[in-house]
Design a protein around this ligand. Structure first.
Ligand code: NDP
Length: 485
């Protein structure tokens, strides 16, 4: 059985305590590898390696850093099939999705920040004709990067690439549920010539290895993507140590369909937004609101399109829907479907595990794409993040009402609006409380734009300049050149 190992100072090593955790393949429900159960000793070792690498890496010319990152991107691209296969087995997602979407995005993350850093500049401010100020932006030191299981390599590289492009060194803690592509990334970094210690990867439990990293006194910067409850814990641990933190957290995103929308785009777009990656994307549109006069027709088309999604072995080419990530997560999602029934919801499609899975997948964690109507916007199912293949559809009368629904949760990550009315689209974009608003689309990402959430969906923004600003420390230098009066 293949073992995942920690990556410290360019070497693959086991946890200091010699303990392992099981790694389960979600499509089969069986243990297929193991990973180090790291603790604070392993984090200490990784932080020491990152500290040792910092002076040389932070003073390496930007162009040279950029070249190494571009090589990493090329090698990820060369190994696309192998990485996609690993990601699919590890997380239960369709192989076609990993191959076409997520691994290519990891390549893009490295390529984007390798080139962005070459163009990164700072400001200068002229103070009348008395003085000039300029801002230095230096790397901050050792950065802790904590990432979740839903898009493992995509989100890990979204953090690591800008952190090291900016001259920091990093200690990453991927989710214990999906460690495999992080292991492969370490090997690729060595092959690309990334100096030892610039990136270190410590595997293990969030409550142990993750917590040790967050509270480590010599890790001054923490970037975290994950659930809102964990985000609050990280903020609590980081605050007394005055760490700089970026938190990308959960969402309960509205997907708003007006009667004037182009339904040939709105229906498939809403299906994608609801069920991509088995609904396990923080940006999924899990609450669909449809203008009353289009409601019945939309629901019919939406349910028909949902029933066409093929659920099955993630490794098979025609599969649209794979398994959810773990037994625990399966139970959580199923408990919300039960709660929806208790709250008076009608299940129009899905509602539980599918029939007719291939033999290999009989003990896997599969849930049919589930469509629920008959719930109001304030019930628990419409307030809490489910993070699975479950969507609700609720009618609305007018713009004011739907804006109240859209903003009526503690979250504020993203929203989609489907309409052909330009003025209305702008009004909604202005009024919705979320970090991203998509008009007539979903998940159309440009890596230059600020990305993050409002309210309980996060603190700070990543992406483009925002990321490079986050991973650097500004220092203003003021030079007076006017003669004394
Ligand atoms: P978690 O918050 O459970 O975990 C995220 C990461 O944090 C994992 O690596 C986890 O380790 C680690 N962790 C857990 N507890 C601690 C701790 N006390 N200290 C430090 N690290 C810890 O999230 P999930 O992995 O379940 O991911 C799903 C969540 O992520 C959803 O809420 C989703 O909305 C959100 N998300 C947000 C995105 C955004 O950009 N806003 C994007 C993608 C997902 P381990 O898993 O090993 O316990």
């Amino acid at each position: 059985m293949e073992s995942v190992r920690n990556f410290v100072s360019g070497e693959l090593v086991d946890a200091a305590g010699g303990r392992f955790l099981d790694n389960v393949e979600p499509a089969t429900g069986k243990v297929y590898s193991r990973l180090p159960d790291s603790d604070e000793r392993d984090v200490e070792r990784a932080v020491a390696a990152a500290e040792a690498a910092f002076p040389a890496w932070s003073s390496t010319p930007v162009e040279q850093r950029s070249k190494v990152l571009l090589r990493i991107a090329d090698l990820l691209e060369r190994d696309l099939d192998r990485l996609a296969h690993a990601e699919s087995v590890d997380g239960g997602k369709p192989l076609t999705r990993a191959r076409a979407g997520e691994i290519p995005r990891a390549v893009k993350n490295f390529r984007f920040f390798a080139t962005a850093i070459v163009h990164f500049s700072s400001e200068s401010h002229a103070t009348d004709r008395d003085a000039i100020n300029y801002t230095l932006r230096r790397p901050r030191g050792v950065v802790g990067c904590i990432s979740p299981w839903n898009l493992p390599l995509y989100l890990l590289t979204w953090k690591v690439a800008p952190a090291i492009a900016a001259g920091n060194t990093a200690v990453a803690k991927p989710s214990e549920l999906t460690p495999m592509t992080a292991l492969l990334l370490g090997e690729i970094c060595n092959e690309a010539g990334l100096p030892p210690g610039v990136l270190n990867i410590v595997h293990g439990l969030g409550s142990k290895a993750g917590a040790a990293l967050t509270k480590h006194p010599r890790v001054g910067t923490v970037t975290f993507t994950g659930g809102t409850v964990t985000g609050a814990e990280i903020a609590r641990a980081a605050a007394p140590l005055f760490k700089k933190i970026s938190l990308e957290l959960g969402g309960k995103n509205p997907n708003i369909v007006f009667a004037d929308a182009d339904m040939d785009r709105a229906v498939p777009g809403s299906v994608q937004a609801a069920f991509a990656n088995q609904g396990q994307i923080c940006l999924c549109g899990s609450r669909i609101f449809v203008e009353r006069r289009a409601y019945d027709a939309f629901v019919d088309r939406f349910v028909a399109a949902t029933r066409k999604l093929r659920i099955g072995d993630p490794l098979e080419d025609g599969t649209d829907q794979g398994a959810v990530v773990s037994r625990g997560h399966f139970d959580k999602v199923m408990s919300y479907i039960a709660l929806a029934r208790e709250e008076g919801g009608r299940v129009l499609a899905g509602g539980g595990p599918p029939e007719g899975l291939p033999e290999r997948c009989r003990a896997g964690f599969f849930i049919e794409p589930t469509v629920i109507t008959g719930l109001d916007a304030t019930c628990r199912v419409n307030q809490e993040e489910i993070f699975g293949p479950v969507v609700t559809v609720v009618p609305f009368e007018d713009e004011d009402e739907v804006l109240e629904y859209a903003n009526g949760t503690p979250y504020g990550l993203s929203a989609s609006v489907w309409t052909e009315n330009l003025a209305r689209a702008h009004r909604l974009a202005d009024g919705i409380e979320s970090g991203t608003v998509w008009i007539n689309c979903w998940l159309l990402r440009d890596l230059r734009v600020p990305f993050g959430g409002m309210k309980h969906s996060g603190v700070g923004r990543e992406g483009g300049e925002e990321a490079l600003r986050f991973f650097t420390e500004p220092k203003n230098v003021c030079i007076r050149y006017a003669r004394e009066p």
